[in-house]
Design a protein around this ligand. Structure first.
Ligand code: ADP
Length: 686
């Protein structure tokens, strides 16, 4: 064959056959070559297609580019692997056939892929000879590589998707139950002792024992280990595609909720391949538990407010019935003894006392409900502490004198008398404490009111202590715990004979709280009581103008003024007219707002000195009437002082009165001393 093969030992027939093969080989579409692999390694023959594959024109060129050896023909990066594969294949099969794929470098430097079918023969005289058929498979290889690349990209996309979906999972495992194998896809530090990296493969059975022991809450350990038992998993996943279990781990001495979800990714009829994901569900579960607790609390609260409502109703009906019985009883007696003046007076006095009690109860209940409905507001204005204390003193003195109680005032510790506070509420809470002190102190006892300015928090504020002390019956230790609770009384009216509602201190405490202050009590049974209210109040640095009582003559002159009383209820009208006339006022009346406007508009300025205006009236109510009066053309008429007299006594009602232009708002039924004082104040100002 082209003189390449040693012709020694070949017969003429052999040579002829070789020529025939050569001719045939040159016509073959694929490459063909023969090489000797032992002794002097060399390529003995290569057909034309082979030369073409290597981009060579002549055999010389081919020899040069391949170094005339098989080793030189194969790409240097592939030769080791190729030779080893050929060796192994020949050793393994009886046909002495091999198949390999490798790269070559063409003349010109282009890299091509070949597939190589080799047949190995052993000649005594020529050594190991390979007959090799090759096909250029570069295009196929390129296609394959591209497909692989696409597959890889697809796989990466999928992995990205899985990673995205499983972002919440701190550990993810793939396991095959049949093979008893588990491998991690993502590992949290809690599993690191077992799985160093994602290549670690472990037996499935017992893979999480150490984990459970080290991290899992002792009470949840059993259920977690049961959930990762292969039989249990098989049984669960034969019914559903996945299941989960929540358990607690202990981290930095704190409990954290985790969830293990196990998903079947194989056959449902025969569960074996599964994915297990561990993630923290701490926030969700804690939120859920919180919601449950809130619901439970709300239920309990609803139950207890129901109990409170029932207690309230039974207390109310009892507390209303007591004075009501007295009123009805004494009214019957009064009728029966109508001609016995002294007796009737006594019964009427009793009726008055009981009515007062009823009114107080109604006021207290109204106040409590406005506190509960968050309707009560603190409205600050400039007020004199001395005025307030003096007013309390005058309000309390009559009752204290009846009981021969020594009522003393100590205000020597005051430096700033004028403060900014809610005057009415401050007055009210101090009055309640003082009234209680007198109420719960026996005859000839002692009650003192002390006001101290303890410290200045800053230049604009001062801390005040209002101390109401008595040497009365005192408060037992057990009752002390309930003293600020509504309707709580140490002894009820029947037992103690002292009338009360048990609401006063509740209201007081709420108001003090709203004012940002504190209230403290020290007491013991039979040892008297001390109530201390501490408030930080804004101070007025201007000098204080002490209260100047008016002269008798001046007071008398005031009473000769004309009041227009606007009231639709006949009985109220009668009573009020009588009371006002008794006090020395001249009284004119109007039975609704529109009549009142007419009367004022048609009067000479100064004819009426004051209007007492009911609020709820037919035709025109007090608010509208007041607004209309304020709009009268003549300013002397439009500015007449108007005081609301109303059964509506909530803060809101007061504010409404002020908003439509009234000068003051007094509660009904009329309290004459209070009315007199107000009228005096208004008439001296106007
Ligand atoms: P009320 O006096 O209408 O019963 P309070 O809420 O004002 O209601 O007071 C609640 C209870 O606290 C009273 O019933 C009484 O038992 C007790 N208490 C209040 N002040 C005193 C006091 N100064 N001395 C003894 N007990 C008092």
């Amino acid at each position: 064959m082209d003189g390449l093969i040693n012709q020694e030992g070949y017969s003429a027939a052999d040579i002829q056959a070789a020529d025939y093969v050569k001719k045939l080989a040159n016509k073959m579409p694929g490459g063909f070559f023969i090489y000797r692999a032992t002794g002097k390694e060399e390529i003995l023959y290569a057909n034309k297609s082979m030369l073409k594959i290597f981009n060579c024109q002549t055999m010389e060129e081919f020899r040069e580019i391949t170094g005339n050896s098989f080793r030189g023909l194969v790409h240097p990066d592939d030769i080791e692997e190729v030779e080893q594969s050929i060796r192994e294949q020949i050793a393994d099969n009886d046909d002495d056939m091999d198949y390999v794929e490798y790269r070559i470098i063409q003349k010109g430097g282009e890299v091509r892929w070949l597939e190589d079918y080799g047949h190995f023969t052993q000649h005594d005289y020529n050594g190991n000879i390979f007959y090799v058929f090759v096909v250029d498979i570069t295009e196929r290889k390129k296609r394959q590589l591209q497909e692989k690349e696409e597959q890889l990209q697809e796989q990466l996309r999928r992995l990205g998707m899985i990673a995205g979906l499983s972002i919440d999972y701190e550990s993810i495992f793939y396991a095959d139950l049949d093979l008893d194998r588990i491998q991690a896809y993502r590992i949290s530090h809690r599993f690191r002792h077992k799985f160093q990296d994602i290549n670690t493969v472990c037996p499935f059975i017992g893979f999480d024992e150490e984990y459970a022991k080290k991290w899992v809450h002792p009470s949840d350990r059993g259920s977690l280990l049961q959930a990762t038992n292969a039989d249990y998993i098989r049984q669960k996943l034969s019914k559903n595609n996945s299941f989960h279990i929540n358990y607690r781990i202990i981290q930095n001495e704190k409990e954290e909720y985790l969830q293990l979800r196990i998903v079947n990714i194989g056959n449902r009829d025969h569960v074996s391949q599964i994915v297990m994901g561990y993630r923290s569900v701490d926030d969700e579960i804690k939120y859920e538990l919180e919601q449950k607790k809130m619901l439970k609390d709300a239920l309990e609260q609803a139950k207890s407010s129901n109990i409170a409502k029932n207690t309230f109703l039974s207390n109310m009906s009892h507390d209303i019935r007591t004075p009501m019985n007295a009123i009805i009883g004494f009214a019957t007696l009064a009728k029966k003894h109508i001609d016995e003046k002294e007796k009737v007076r006594e019964y009427l006095n009793m009726i008055e006392t009981s009515s007062d009690q009823l009114l107080r109860l109604i006021n207290d209940v109204l106040e409590i409900s406005s506190i509960e409905a968050d309707k009560m507001q603190i409205e600050e204005s400039e007020c004199s502490l001395l005025d307030i204390i003096q007013e309390i003193q005058s309000a309390i003195t009559p009752r204290a004198s009846e009981k021969d109680i020594d009522l003393s005032l100590n205000i020597s510790g005051l430096k700033h008398y004028t403060v900014y506070s809610d005057r009415q509420k401050l007055f009210q809470i101090l009055l309640r404490l003082t009234r209680n002190a007198v109420k719960y102190t026996e005859f000839k006892g002692k009650v003192s009111i002390t006001v101290k300015e303890t410290e200045s928090t800053d230049r604009e504020h001062a801390t005040y202590q209002f101390i109401v002390q008595d040497n009365g019956i005192g408060i037992s230790e057990s009752f002390m715990e309930h003293i600020f609770e509504p309707f709580e009384r140490q002894q009820n009216t029947t037992l103690s004979g002292i009338y009360g509602t048990g609401l006063g201190l509740t209201i007081t405490k709420n108001i003090v709280d709203m004012m940002g202050g504190t209230i403290e009590v020290t007491s013991a049974s039979g040892q008297g009581s001390t109530f201390i209210i501490t408030l930080s109040l804004r101070i007025q640095n201007r000098q204080f103008q002490p209260f100047q009582p008016k002269s008798q003559a001046q007071a008398h002159a005031l009473q000769q003024r004309r009041i227009l009383l606007v009231e639709d209820n006949e009985i109220n009208l009668e009573i009020e007219v009588e009371l006002l006339q008794d006090a020395g006022f001249l009284v004119d009346t109007a039975t609704d707002g529109s009549i009142a406007i007419e009367k004022i508009a048609n009067a000479k300025p100064g004819y009426y000195n004051l209007v007492l205006m009911d609020i709820q009236m037919p035709v025109m109510d007090g608010y509208h009437a007041t607004s209309a009066i304020r709009r009268l053309e003549n300013p002397l008429l439009a500015n007449i002082p108007i005081v609301a007299l109303s059964a509506n006594t909530l803060d809101e009602d007061r504010r409404k009165s002020m908003e439509c232009g009234m000068n003051a708002h007094l509660p009904k039924p009329v309290n004459m001393p209070q009315l007199m004082e107000l009228v005096e104040k208004i008439l001296t100002t106007f």
